[in-house]
Ligand binder design. Structure first.
Ligand code: GLC
Length: 788
């Protein structure tokens, strides 16, 4: 007989069981899977999938860029800081069978496996680029992670400013911007967060960018042999998949998505001298004069925190700098530009206008009860502008007139993790997040980026068609749109020097092209040898600044005796002679995202040697110069030259590539090799970037077996007029059959050079082949044919 009571009891037990199981998931006892496919619909190019537990939204932004968002319950509106593209394109086809949904673009196939719901990305040849592990997407509490199958030969590069090896396989990393004074060469995290990496396996490449500002975690097979994973402590699993068929394409696509740097002022590509701190004004002027007297080129002098009145932002210490405008004018007359530090902490002091105005305008981050959040930093007790609000950014940006009015042109954004004594901003502090109010947990990683954005937007308005230089310590994906990034408080050691080469190359792979370390090391005293070596390496680093902490010895290029002064001059002269090449490389980066300092992974992706620890510090500076960093106590260097022919920059000796070699590396000779077919425009020695060189551009051409080309680019270097056509751009092409062509000139700027001298390097020798006009006319020059 049908027993109603029994049946009812069974139902109650079942419901209780479901509730208990679900609530234990809610409490994060075991992980919760996304579940199986339930249904899907397609609206405005987006495929919206419901699963047994959550929702997934998949769309295409380009033929090889896919956007995926996965949530438990609903898609919420949120502030978007990294991404500047949102237009989608339709999938070419969407097909369904019992087990899968298949979405296709012209270049990629996304297979959505239904049970469990996992994603596989394939290229048009049917090769699997990346495939979810069966664990797929899982939550533990609010933490969400995507697990991917680890391929046996898979390598991982990128993640921006991270310590550790070039190949990140076997390592795990966290993104949580961290004021890590005197960090170790394997510390993680440090100051910047770029949740983007490139995977390389089976002669294939792909990229993943996790667009989530909470603390994010990447595991590339650390403490497991099954998966790589990316995930976040909270928020959505919102990621972009890049299916470009080369590292170059992926970097171009990633920087298309998150933006590229603006062309910086040319003087910021020169040498920059800093310390904590140069003061008073007389000392700064003496410093500048000494550079000029000693004919050691330099462009920028920094004022660290002592220029301010009690570290109060937007003030001057009247005793140390009684006439900032006059002092800066004198520096400008010597060809120097001044950069000053700005910290976000605003001293809470009655009568301090910036503080009182900020309180009145309600621009600060707050506690949940609405009171302003305070912590201690250099000036003592401070409030912190909420840079995640447009009104606070504008407020901050307008305050820069106290600096721009007296002639400051460089703005060094520091302590913007945000840092404070205790290094632990409370989680519950609230930020506006563009109207989607959130806690510090969500705002932390973009705080520094939004501070440099506010600075960038403010000074650009105030400085009326003049390019400014903005530098930041804390950064996030997309920071490259607003500022250069330096790698924080490193240490004066050989290990740090080598790490900086890798780190800058890694930042370049991750969209941040204008990057560099404190040359010489910030913490501790450098030995003379380390100073010389690091300055030599620094000459081939995009951002080239010599900076040191307050209790360290003098570190100007002349502070270590005559020999070191001579080496410093040699490398600084080289940097300035190479400026036409460096500026063109910055231009290329500003339009394509291809970095100035290029990891060898970019051009030699499938050459396993470039990933080995013996050679992973090597990189290309611009398209053609291979730099092999070497410790300060070594007289020889072990170098790996990838395929092709290479010419030793200092001796002109030619080496076959695809080989490891030992080369001489005395202290005055950093190993540098020039790629075959290289075209390198150079100029006469100058003392600062805006000084006029001789009328002759020297175009060095290196014999090669392939056709090559270099895009020459010039403009006034200081204003935005180039955006209205005031530039001079032309392709210079090399043909091994024996011809160099200077192509048609684009733009209406008149080059500062009147003629070009063609210097041809071949077989260990070099000759001036021709001197030709460098105007708007096309030019063809015959060269000796290459001996293949
Ligand atoms: C921080 C910066 C450092 C600066 C110092 C004083 O440590 O990272 O570069 O010199 O503060 O402002």
């Amino acid at each position: 007989m049908f027993n109603q009571e029994f049946y009812f009891k069974q139902v109650v037990i079942l419901i209780t069981f479901i509730v208990v199981v679900n609530s234990s998931v809610g409490q994060g006892r075991v992980s919760q899977r996304l579940g199986d496919y339930a249904s899907h619909e397609v609206t405005s190019n987006q495929v919206l999938i419901k699963t047994s537990f959550g929702l997934a939204k998949i769309s295409a932004l380009q033929e090889d860029v896919i956007h995926v968002i996965i949530v438990k319950d609903e898609f919420r509106s949120k502030a978007n800081y990294a991404v500047i593209q949102d237009a989608t394109i339709p999938f070419k086809s969407i097909n369904e069978n019992t087990n899968e949904l298949i979405l296709e673009t012209e270049r990629l196939t996304v297979k959505v496996n239904k049970a469990p719901l996992t994603l596989t990305y394939l290229n048009k040849k049917g090769n699997v680029l990346s495939e979810d592990d069966e664990m797929g997407i899982r939550w533990i509490g609010n933490q969400v992670t995507n697990y991917k199958k680890l391929v046996s030969d898979e390598k991982f590069v990128g993640l921006g400013e991270k310590t550790g090896p070039l190949n990140r396989r076997g390592q795990a990393y966290e993104n949580w911007n961290n004021d890590d004074y005197a960090y170790e060469v394997d510390d993680d995290p440090i100051y910047a967060s770029v949740p983007f990496y490139i995977g390389i396996h089976s002669k294939l490449t792909y990229g993943i960018f996790l667009n989530n500002t909470f603390k994010t975690v990447f595991n590339f097979g650390a403490s497991n042999d099954r998966f790589s994973s990316f995930g976040a402590e909270d928020g959505e699993l919102d990621y972009y998949f890049f299916g470009g068929s080369s590292v170059r394409d992926i970097v171009k696509d990633y920087t298309w998505l998150t933006g590229r740097m603006e062309l910086p002022p040319i003087w910021s590509l020169g040498f920059q001298q800093s310390r904590w701190s140069y003061f008073p004004d007389k000392e700064v002027l003496t410093l500048a004069r000494t550079f000029r007297e000693k004919e050691i080129p330099a462009d920028v002098i920094y004022l660290d925190i002592h220029y301010m009145d009690q570290y109060k932002i937007f003030t001057w210490d009247n005793k140390r700098f009684s006439d900032p405008k006059g002092t800066i004018k004198q520096l400008n007359d010597m060809g120097f530009h001044v950069a000053v530090i700005v910290d976000p902490g605003i001293k809470t002091e009655d009568g301090y206008q910036v503080y009182e105005d900020g309180v009145e305008k309600k621009v600060f981050a707050t506690y949940p009860d609405g009171s302003n959040y305070a912590a201690r930093v250099w000036p003592g007790r401070c409030f912190f502008p909420d840079f995640t609000l447009d009104k606070s950014r504008k407020w901050w940006g307008n305050k820069f007139n106290t600096l721009t009015d007296v002639g400051v042109e460089g703005f060094w954004n520091d302590m913007n993790e945000p840092a404070s004594w205790g290094n632990r901003t409370p989680d519950l502090v609230e930020f506006g997040m563009e109207g989607n109010r959130g806690t510090h947990l969500e705002a932390h990683n973009v705080y520094g980026m939004q501070m440099s954005r506010a600075t960038f937007e403010g000074v650009n308005q105030l400085r009326n068609n003049k390019r400014s230089f903005i530098l930041t310590r804390a950064a996030f994906s997309g920071s490259q749109r607003y500022s250069a990034v330096w790698t924080g408080d490193n240490v004066a050691s050989d290990d740090h020097m080598l790490l900086s080469a890798r780190m800058v190359a890694s930042m370049g792979l991750s969209g941040i092209s204008f990057a560099g370390p404190d040359v010489g090391g910030f913490v501790g005293d450098r030995t003379p040898e380390l100073f010389a070596r690091w300055l030599s390496q620094g000459a081939f680093t995009p951002f080239f600044r010599n900076h040191s902490s307050h209790n360290t010895r003098d570190h100007e290029p002349w502070a270590y005796g005559e020999q070191i002064e001579g080496i410093s001059r040699k490398y600084l002269n080289t940097r300035y002679q190479l400026l036409p090449y460096v500026y063109a490389s910055f231009y290329e980066s500003s339009i394509s995202g291809i970095p100035v300092a290029r990891s060898l992974v970019m051009d030699y992706t499938f050459d396993n040697k470039v990933y080995t620890r013996a050679y992973h510090n090597q990189y290309l500076f611009g398209p053609n110069l291979l730099i092999a960093p070497v410790e300060s106590d070594q007289k020889f260097a072990k170098v790996y030259l990838p395929e092709g022919k290479w010419t030793h920059y200092w001796t002109n000796k030619v080496f076959e590539g695809n080989q490891e070699l030992i080369v001489d590396a005395p202290l005055d000779q950093l190993p540098i090799f020039v790629r075959e077919g290289a075209i390198i425009p150079m100029q006469s020695t100058i003392q600062h970037a805006n000084q006029k060189p001789s009328d002759k551009l020297m175009i060095h051409v290196y014999d090669g077996s392939q056709k090559t080309s270099f895009e020459y680019y010039e403009d006034d270097g200081n204003t935005f007029d180039y955006q209205d056509g005031a530039f001079y751009k032309r392709a210079i092409s090399y043909d091994p059959e024996g011809q160099l062509t200077l192509g048609k000139v684009e733009g209406n700027y008149v080059s500062k050079f009147l003629s070009a001298e063609i210097v041809f390097h071949s077989n260990g020798k070099f000759d001036i082949i021709a001197t030709i006009p460098f105007d708007k006319s096309e030019q063809k020059v015959s060269l000796p044919r290459s001996k293949k």
